[in-house]
Design a protein. Structure first.
Lengths: 129, 129
DNA sequence: CTCCGACTTCGAGTGCACTCCACGTCAAGG
DNA sequence: CCTTGACGTGGAGTGCACTCGAAGTCGGAG
């Protein structure tokens, strides 16, 4: 009932149909997506929830290969929660280091911006005067 | 005097010698780096300061092509500060949007981590008991 | 029955940012 | 004189993550 075509799933997830197929091929999903009798994929709520998690991992910079490892752990079922946790904690650390690096660089860029603002603003007033 | 070989510049900037040559070829620097009589590059303080700025832009995700545009503006000399400012402001906006997206995704991942922590920790105590 | 549009597969192509290779040159040390 | 090592060049190669193309299938509208 609540199963979507690939086009609908693409719309829901913000990915393209191409990317959804690619993720499935590459083992990033929890298994093969169900098929209608026509052979067309039917995405369930569970698929979409998982794809959202994949999207979060990707959006925070986790490489495809690590997402695949994580998916493999989840696919295996219960019992490896500690491994999953390790993987997520390691990722979290990477992301946080990167966030603080980017923030620091951004501050330096802001400094540059402030310099240009003080050199451009007076020129604008002069042009306006 | 205060000019460095490419190996030293690489060490100082955290880039590889390969990357330094690549950046120069690709127009990311402010001009051709000076050469010793041997033909070897000699990086000045000014070169290093600029390369640091390039590094900041790259580290915050600015595409090579935009860095090249920015370098071209700076190379042109005074008079285009407004354009440089526009470029940096546009970049700043992209970076900030991305920072907040990543932060939001990270929070969701943290939520997942918390779930695993509460499922793993009791298991550990059980194993310890 | 025919056509259309949405899907299927497999494999090739793309864009980005490096990264490396092969070969050549030069200055200094033994 | 010969070797060594750091550097030079041009161009090819790599890894990643998609992204697309070609050709085929299927269900439903006209």
């Amino acid at each position: 009932m609540t199963s979507l075509s690939i086009a609908e799933a693409a719309e829901q997830t913000g990915l393209t149909a191409h990317t959804l197929r690619y993720y499935e091929r590459d083992g990033l999903l929890l298994g093969s997506v169900e098929r209608a009798s026509s052979g067309h994929r039917r995405y369930t709520e569970r698929d979409l929830a998982w794809i959202q998690m994949v999207t979060r991992l990707r959006a925070t910079g986790m490489p495809i290969r690590d997402v695949r490892r994580y998916a493999a752990l989840v696919r295996q079922g219960e019992g490896n929660e500690a491994e999953r946790l390790d993987l997520l904690l390691a990722h979290r650390e990477v992301v946080e280091r990167q966030l603080s690096e980017v923030t620091a660089h951004l501050r330096a860029i802001d400094h540059k911006i402030a310099m240009y603002e003080s050199s451009v603003a007076p020129a604008e007033s002069a042009a306006g005067a």
